[in-house]
Design a protein around this ligand. Structure first.
Ligand code: DC
Length: 242
């Protein structure tokens, strides 16, 4: 007889799904919430950025291919098949064993990631990987389609947003710290374009899941937003009655 107690199976609904547009503060907030809850943090934007970086390296990003769509897709599928993506616990991202974390926010990746993340076969592959991560244990997953497509059964769903101006202001500070030379106006324009591309694509567009709690972070501190999400988790995901 085996005296060892059986490990309980991981609960695939133990997911805090955090979606929202770029610059809403998802990464900072999701990381802090994951740390507080002792859940794994899953940055799905970094996954799409890593695919974009890999396509660029292999000269097969959509803008580097010809106009024959079938041939282009075949080339990109081969590119994706040649990619081994690893997400490390500390947040570092490895592609075929190489640490590419510092490249994921480059201008080259930034300007192409919307096009790459709109490709259905790329989304299907990332979705599969994201579900595998959640099947292994509880996660705080952030992205655009966590609550709506990847984890429709997530126990907690949050849609984080903020005004485009506030998001541009935050991004500009972030870029300044990274030494990227851009004006506020350029950042705002990038955000508006990205919002439009992310929310109008055919496959898994950015949208608030019908059962997600809307949290507008405009004017709120990080601590206040983290607390708000922890309260949502405590209450089982239901919005607070006023
Ligand atoms: O969150 P981020 O800025 O790192 O995301 C980068 C891009 O990836 C952005 O254009 C939207 C896309 N994305 C997506 O389509 N689906 C996700 N789950 C996460 C990100």
């Amino acid at each position: 007889m085996n005296a060892k107690a059986e490990e309980p199976a991981p609960d695939p609904t133990a997911v805090v799904a955090i979606d929202g547009p770029s610059g809403a503060g998802k990464s900072t907030i999701a990381k802090a919430v994951a740390q507080q809850l002792g859940f794994q943090y899953l940055d799905t934007g970094a996954m799409y950025r890593a695919v974009t970086w890999h396509f660029l390296e292999n000269r097969c990003s959509p803008d580097q291919l010809g106009t024959d769509r079938l041939a282009a897709e075949q080339t990109m599928r081969l590119g994706l098949a040649s990619m081994e993506l690893q997400l490390q616990v500390g947040g570092r991202v490895l592609v075929n064993g190489r640490d590419v974390t510092s490249h994921l926010r480059s201008q080259d990746v930034e300007s192409r990631v919307s096009a790459v993340s709109a490709l259905p076969f790329v989304r299907a592959s990332m979705t599969q990987m994201q579900r595998a991560v959640a099947a292994a244990g509880p996660v705080v997953a952030e992205g655009r389609d966590m609550g709506s497509v990847v984890f429709p059964m997530a126990r907690w769903k949050v849609y984080l947003t903020a005004s485009a101006e506030e998001r541009a202001r935050r991004r500009k500070i972030d870029f300044d710290q990274r030494g990227r030379d851009v004006t506020y106006q350029q950042v705002l324009e990038e955000i508006v374009v990205r919002d439009r591309l992310d929310s109008t694509r055919q496959d898994a567009p950015l949208k608030q899941a019908h059962d997600a709690v809307l949290v507008d972070t405009t004017g709120l501190s990080t601590d206040a937003v983290v607390l708000c999400i922890l309260q949502i988790v405590d209450r089982g995901g239901r919005p607070q009655r006023t």
